[in-house]
Design a protein around this ligand. Structure first.
Ligand SMILES: CC(C)(COP(=O)(O)OP(=O)(O)OC[C@H]1O[C@@H](n2cnc3c(N)ncnc32)[C@H](O)[C@@H]1OP(=O)(O)O)[C@@H](O)C(=O)NCCC(=O)NCCS
Length: 157
């Protein structure tokens, strides 16, 4: 992990209700930077939503650098007791600085503490290399509203 590119450390905190709009705006900026996703998103703006209940449940984590929000991730508990990485977005001007990886590691610790034996994600194909670098293994695909999603899983045991 090359977080030495950053001159200030990445800190992670639990999101508060007041962060909702700022996180949704960040999600817009990050998602619109994925080549090919832009038109589908602009045609379906309801796809970008971070429900207040999800923040309230305590499973949304914010990465900050020098007090500025640079990314966030959200986990949900699945019916089988494992965790689902439901959201992961980093500010485009801060990509490739280790922020996404720090968020994934934080989510894994939180998921394990909640009793999960694995963390799953339906990954955007643009993020496949990222998830592989974060120790997720692909095991299939799933049709999503916006195309093919990569089913990936990281063992937490
Ligand atoms: C995917 C995303 C979260 C990655 O965040 P990030 O902070 O840039 O990732 P990191 O810097 O922690 O990358 C960790 C490693 O993943 C790999 N990686 C990350 N982005 C990559 C890319 N675009 N291409 C190839 N490898 C990549 C690299 O191995 C990287 O390590 P390195 O920079 O030392 O080589 C970010 O690009 C993003 O927000 N994308 C738009 C939203 C999105 O697609 N989210 C995923 C939804 S499933």
């Amino acid at each position: 992990m090359d977080i030495l590119k950053l001159t200030h450390p990445i800190t992670v905190r639990v999101a508060a209700l007041v962060d909702q709009k700022e996180l949704e705006a960040l999600q817009w900026r990050a998602s619109l930077n994925n080549p090919g996703d832009r038109n589908a998103l602009l045609a379906n703006p309801d796809a970008i939503e971070l429900p207040l209940q999800q923040i309230e449940a305590g499973g949304v984590f914010i990465a900050e650098v020098s007090g500025a929000i640079k990314g966030f991730a959200a986990i949900l508990t699945r019916e089988d007791g494992d965790s689902e990485l439901d959201a992961l977005f980093v500010e485009p001007d801060s990509w490739r600085q280790g922020i996404g990886r720090v968020l994934v590691e934080h989510c894994c610790v939180a998921a394990k503490a909640a009793g999960a034996s694995a963390i799953h994600v339906v990954g955007n194909p643009h993020a496949e290399s990222f998830y592989c670098a974060c120790e997720f293994k692909p095991f299939g695909t799933e049709q999503t509203r916006f195309g093919v999603g990569l089913l990936m899983r990281r063992d937490l045991r």
